[in-house]
Design a protein around this ligand. Structure first.
Ligand code: ATP
Length: 356
């Protein structure tokens, strides 16, 4: 019997509500496994933890979470709880940087035609993955100490050979594993920014080692149009940190919004799985949050464990979510329906039992 430890970081706002749904799914999965057990370790993090103890991600929590096999995260931060300088607390970004989780995987899959603002697309027609470089790019200097200057401020966009190589490799390896078009598109601004021309050169040299995967480039501004006009043509899109941040939200919009978009932040030794949405304080505590992004993030974690039983469970969760969302009556408020977090979670757990 293999025991897998999972750090549970529920966080703030709707984080604890969607986490409860994710853990219910995990317990349904666990009941059907014969070789694997999950050991959950709960940690307090986020704006609430900062208000109690002065640190949204205390070192002991970071150490405890890093010692687990995987980290499951709800959402962290609240708009009114800020550092003295005015910036919001973003311990999820700190986690990526401190645990070197360079590979931000954001699947974009349309489950039902009524979810998309684009006309003419049905279930499965939009199906690609954004691979966001998580540790450098335009975020690289955000914690650098600065001389106060009343007249200017700047951020630099840093791309290193090591950073570009490893994220390009992760994107090609992902494309190789998918049933899709086996294509990787680099989203850059290589026509204007030297850092991006460098990124493109490194990407092209990595592409040489993946002859079975098509390598493509698009300028980020042109890509924004292509994603709206012909999203079906994309398979894996790889890009730097800030571009990836923006594209993730735009593309979540293509498939119905943040409540349907899971994510994984993966490094060579650690990984964090969390819904792509934030804490959504406007709907917290009202049984309104769509739990699907969290449930699919649990599935990504099970897949990442790379044990035959957990991989099968991950596929079963994907099938259960697809089966539930195939019925247009099964919609939470964000999708124009009337189901709450509780009702949607119940539907998925009941359906999951048929797929395990
Ligand atoms: P962050 O800055 O942490 O990314 P944010 O403030 O930009 O967060 P979110 O917290 O992701 O944004 O939420 C934006 C809006 O989307 C929320 O106000 C909420 O209305 C909606 N939303 C987000 N997540 C969900 C969800 N799981 N279910 C339903 N609606 C959601």
């Amino acid at each position: 019997m293999k025991e897998l430890s999972i750090a549970v970081l529920a966080g703030d706002g709707i984080g604890p509500e969607v986490m409860a749904s994710g853990l219910e799914i995990l317990s349904v999965v666990e009941a059907g496994l014969s070789d694997v057990r999950f050991s959950l370790r709960h940690f307090s993090v986020g704006a609430g933890e900062y208000l109690k103890n002065g640190d949204p991600l205390p070192p002991a929590t970071l150490g405890g979470a890093a010692a687990c096999d995987a980290i499951l995260l709800g959402a962290m931060g609240l708009p009114e709880v800020r550092w003295p300088g005015g910036l919001e607390m973003t311990p999820q970004i700190d986690l990526r940087e401190k645990l070197d989780l360079y590979n931000g995987v954001r699947p974009i899959h349309l489950y039902h035609e009524t979810h998309s603002p684009l006309k003419g697309y049905g279930a499965g027609d939009i199906d690609f993955v954004i691979v966001r470089e998580n540790t450098e790019g335009l975020f690289s200097d955000r914690l650098k100490s600065r001389q106060p200057d009343a007249d200017s401020e700047s951020d630099s966009l840093r791309i290193t050979r090591r950073g570009a190589e490893r994220i390009a490799r992760a994107a090609f390896e992902l494309a190789r594993k998918r049933d899709g078009r086996r294509k990787v598109t680099l989203a850059d601004k290589a026509n204007v920014l030297p850092s991006m021309a460098f990124f493109r050169n490194v990407f092209d040299s990595v592409a040489g080692a993946f002859a079975d995967v098509e390598a493509d480039h698009a300028y980020i501004d042109a890509l924004a149009v292509h994603l709206l006009q012909r999203p079906e043509q994309f398979d894996v899109i790889v890009t730097e940190n800030m571009f990836g941040d923006i594209l993730s939200d735009l593309c979540a919009g293509l498939i119905g919004g943040m409540g349907l978009a899971p994510s994984a932040d993966i490094g060579d030794r650690h990984a964090v799985f969390q819904p792509a949405h934030g804490t959504a304080p406007d709907i917290a505590g009202q049984n309104c949050a769509n739990p699907v992004a969290m449930v699919l993030s649990v599935a990504m974690m099970l897949d990442w464990f790379d044990i035959p039983e957990t991989r099968r469970a991950a596929a079963a969760i994907g099938q259960a979510v697809a089966a539930v969302l195939a019925d247009p009556a099964h919609r939470t408020g964000d999708l124009g329906g009337s189901l709450g977090t509780r009702e949607m979670t119940d539907l998925i757990t009941q359906t999951l039992s048929n797929h395990l």
